[in-house]
Write a protein that binds this ligand. Structure first.
Ligand code: 13P
Length: 251
């Protein structure tokens, strides 16, 4: 059985006092939820502050990116070990916004994933096609390449500490969620690629999250799909009431 993950990607929002308010409001609302891993991903500057605020709760901490070197002359970067030091257990890697605006490629995503795993972090590994790619019928090719190249060199054991987040770029921040069928189809395909690259037990065990306009209104239908094991939530993770409603999808 795959334990679902509901993760909130706060993107470039929430200064320290807002971040603390959010998790302080969230913690009591999700306290009694069992069997769901709950993760929040604030900006780097508030990671340690949020870590203190979630102490004693079941909420886990993720960063939104990391570099692949542990230290050195790399101005502006953050290393996996520094994220551990700040209290992170998880890191988001390869988010489409980083691929789109910051030159992230399957190769950089691969290097970052390896470094993050080596440091002991669990990776939320993001993939997804653009609207143009979907309309050109390239969705499956794009997803296959992203999985194959992004995971190059990773072992079966490594995959136990990776969750894949399928985020169709056209569904992010647009209010246009993939239909349950579209999401399920993509998730089943991704699981099939993992089975081809590794084996069936590895594919059966890996958690595949959906992301893109997830809301309290659509989470139940998405989670009812057999290959959807959770969600990576953007906008709706910025408020305690909507994020807790998503975490409580099973209630
Ligand atoms: P939205 O939920 O705002 O569409 O964002 C999804 C996302 O990019 C999560 O990483």
């Amino acid at each position: 059985m795959r334990t679902p993950i509901i993760a909130g990607n706060w993107k470039l929002f929430k200064k320290s006092s807002e971040a603390v308010d959010l998790v302080m409001n969230l913690a009591p609302l999700v306290k009694s939820v069992g069997g769901v891993e709950i993760i929040v991903a604030p900006v780097f500057t508030v990671l340690a502050t949020v870590k203190r605020a979630i102490a004693g709760s079941t909420i886990k901490l993720a960063a939104q990116d990391c570099f692949w070197e542990e230290e050195g002359a790399f101005t502006g970067e953050i290393s996996p070990g520094m994220l551990i030091d700040a209290g992170c257990s998880h890191v988001i890697i390869g988010h489409s916004e980083r691929r789109q605006y910051f030159g992230e490629t399957n190769e950089t995503v691969n290097r970052k994933s390896k470094a993050a795993l080596a440091a002991g972090l669990t990776v939320l590994f993001c993939i997804g096609e653009t609207l143009a790619e979907r309309e050109a019928d390239k969705t499956f090719d794009v997803l296959r390449t992203q999985v194959r190249d992004g995971l190059t060199g990773l072992t079966k054991e490594n995959l136990a500490r990776i969750a894949i987040a399928y985020e169709p770029v056209w569904a992010i921040g647009t209010g246009k969620t993939a239909t349950e069928d579209q999401a399920q189809e993509a998730h089943a395909f991704i699981r099939g690629v993992v089975a081809e690259l590794y084996d069936h037990p590895t594919a059966d065990a890996i958690r595949i999250l959906y992301g893109g306009s997830v809301k309290p209104e659509n989470i139940k239908g998405l989670m009812a799909q057999s290959d959807i094991d959770g969600a990576l939530v953007g906008g709706a993770s910025l408020k305690a009431d909507s994020f807790s409603a998503i975490v409580n999808y099973g209630a």
